[in-house]
Structure formats: C-alpha cells, structure tokens
Design a binder for this molecule. Structure first.
Ligand code: 13P
Ligand code: SF4
Length: 370
C-alpha cells in the first residue's frame, strides 16, 4: 500500500540535471521500449539532433498539426515549443495526454501578442470601423490558445507559414481587411505575394492609441500588421545574400517567411521549414544553397546533403539558434519518459475547454481552407 503511494510521487528533474547526454540517450530508449505504442513523439525541425532523433514524426507546424488529429497513442510527447503542444492538445482526443518536456520552451514571437493587447486593439479599431463586419483577425499558429479562441469568437482564422496566402484569400472573401498577428514579416510577405501594395499594409503598434495610425490609414489598409517578429529570423540581412551570391553566382537562396521583407525579396525561394527541407533535398547534386532559417535545421540539412556534394550554408555569421526550442534536451526527455513509465504525468499541456473549443473552430477552419 505504502509502496503504491511512493510510486505516484513524480521523479524530480534534479536527478537528471547533471546526467550526461549519452546516459540520457540510453534511458530514453529504455523508457520508450517499455511504453511501446502507448507513446508517440512528435518533433519540430528546429529541435536539436540529440532529441530530434527520437521523434516518430517530424514536420513544420502544419504537418505536425495534421498528425495530432490522427494519433492513437495515449501519450503525445511534443519536442517543440508551447504553442505547438497546445495545438496538439486541442486537436487530439480529450483522453490523450500531451506533454512538453520543458515548460520553459515558449516562443518569444508568440509572446509579442497577448489577449489583453488584442482585445484593446479590437476596441481601438472599433472606434473607426465596425470590426466584426470589416476585419478578419488572423493569428499565426505561433500564438497562445486564447488568441486562437479570440479569432474563433470573431470570425477569424489561424494560419501557418505554409498556408498564409491561402488563409488571406479565405479572409478577404469574407471581409475587406485583416488584422494579422503576431508576425509582421509573414503577414507582409504573404500580402505582397497576393499583390497588396506595401502602403496598404501599415504596422499596427498595439501599445499606441489607434495602433499609431490615423483614421485614414486604417480605412485605407488591407492588412494591419501587428508589431511583432521572430528574434531569430530578424538577424538575417540582404547583405548576407549579396555576399553569398558574389562567392557563388550559381548558388540559390532559400528563406523562411519570418525573415525580414528585404531578405525574402532577395531569396530565390521562400517557404516553411518543411518546404525548405524538401526543396534542398530534392535539388540536383552539387548545388549550392544559402538557407535563412534556424541553425539546428540548417546544420542537420548540411550534414545530410554532404554525400550528394551539395553545399548548404547558414545565412548569418552570428549564431541564430532558437533558444526556447533548445530547452528540450535529452535530460528533460528522459525525465518525462521515465515518469510516464512510473505512472506519473509531468508537464502536461491542457488548454481549458471553453478556450480549446473556440480555438479548435479556427484550427478546423484553417485545415479545411488549406
Ligand atoms: P514552420 O511552421 O515553418 O515550421 O515554422 C515554425 C516556426 O516557429 C518558425 O520559426
Ligand atoms: Fe518562435 Fe522564432 Fe523560435 Fe520559431 S524560431 S519558435 S518563431 S522564437
């Protein structure tokens, strides 16, 4: 009886903190073997190789969202960041348990918008226009569940880096304007690809009255771009591309749409992490690539492409690793899995039901539209 009680006390992370990576690798494999089909591990492409290798399925945000709809496992361990685990919880069945090995794995861009600021923006914009008649709120999937729920309540929708132009088309078929948050770069690039002039996509600063715009600018706008960005992609510069093209005139440049507008403009290809991987992998042997996205993805891709003689180079001279993605390490994964083996659930991500229902509405709209 007493033994049973002891078993349900979660193993403390401190026991793993100083474990060597190699020991953790063995412990992860042993725990996986015990959990069998009860467990599935999903991994985003920015994860470090030391944990990415354990993923059953890998992908960009859209692909991973689609996986979570169709899994049978009891436990879904997410190697990624907080908003991704929330999406997995929302789209999986109620009895399935989603776990994020380190709760500090957030997304600094997602944090640039929050419900208080979005609701204030709604009130500010309502001084000039009838928001619910004229503006579709579009949230990038890199956002908290309550912002997805806000979109659900106000006829809005979610988008990813893969489907943003399609989602904008969906939105403009319903209302004349879009409030796009939290990534101005993805919004601007997607709007530009649709032919919207830059002057009709002003930046909306949520900390300023009327977003720092005049009534006229708001009335003329097609897309109001939230003042937010990804600190990792913000480091890339058009000069990096110029330098590469001088050294390799036949080389190609591929970037993620979270990169600044001028970088996307000077790239040969722009797309999601999955698109980047596919494009470079399917390219002819001996081609040369400059890649503007997170370091872990580029390092892995460069290694994989070496046997085909492809040169894959990272866009920046400074290290652009996503520090929050990197929170998921072998120590946290081993700790999480050993707890599951012992019958303890640690770091579960559970979105409150009311919020999850509204957020699901917008995710379903997105999955149907894309
Ligand atoms: P993807 O959906 O393209 O994988 O992008 C997610 C992300 O966070 C990029 O910074
Ligand atoms: Fe967020 Fe940028 Fe990290 Fe992607 S790379 S998870 S947008 S902070």
């Amino acid at each position: 009886m007493q033994l049973e009680a002891i078993k349900t006390v979660p193993i403390k992370f401190e026991k793993f903190q100083s474990s060597k990576d190699d020991d953790c690798q063995e412990r992860i494999l042993a725990a996986r073997a015990k959990l069998g089909k009860r467990l599935v591990i999903l991994g985003h492409h920015y994860q470090h190789e030391s944990v990415y290798r354990h993923a059953d399925f890998t992908g960009d945000s859209l692909k991973l969202s689609r996986y979570t709809e169709n899994l049978d496992a009891e436990f879904i361990v997410f190697l990624g960041v907080h908003f991704m685990a929330e999406v997995a919880d929302i789209l999986s069945r109620p009895e399935q348990i989603v776990i994020l090995p380190d709760l500090a794995a957030g997304c600094s861009m997602a944090d640039m918008a929050n419900l208080a600021k979005v609701e204030r923006s709604y009130r500010e914009l309502s001084k000039v226009l009838d928001f619910d008649q004229t503006i579709t709120p579009v949230t990038y999937i890199n956002s908290a569940a309550d912002l997805k729920a806000f979109c659900g309540e106000h006829g809005g929708i979610v988008c990813t880096s893969t489907n943003a132009p399609k989602i904008l088309e969906w939105s403009f078929a319903r209302r004349e304007k879009v409030l796009f948050f939290p990534d101005q770069n993805l919004g601007r690039w997607s709007g530009y690809k649709m032919g919207i002039p830059l002057e009709q996509m002003p930046v909306w600063d949520p900390d300023q009255p009327l977003g720092g715009l005049t009534d006229e600018q708001i009335r003329n706008a097609k897309i109001l771009l939230w003042k937010g960005h990804c600190a990792v992609h913000q480091m890339f510069r058009p000069q990096n591309i110029e330098h590469f093209k001088k050294l390799h005139p036949d080389g190609k440049v591929i970037s993620h749409p979270e990169a600044p507008f001028e970088v996307c403009l000077n790239s040969d290809f722009v797309g999601s992490t999955e698109y980047i991987l596919r494009t470079v992998t399917e390219a002819p042997p001996n081609t040369k690539w400059l890649v503007g996205t997170e370091l872990n993805l580029v390092t892995r891709l460069a290694e994989q492409m070496k046997p085909q003689g492809k040169l894959v180079q990272f866009m920046s001279h400074v290290v652009c690793e996503c520090s929050t993605m990197a929170r998921i390490d072998p120590q946290h994964l081993a700790w999480t899995l050993e707890n599951l083996v012992e019958g303890n659930i640690v770091n579960q991500i559970k979105v409150p039901k009311h919020e999850a229902d509204l957020a699901k509405l917008t995710l379903d709209r997105m999955l149907a539209a894309s």
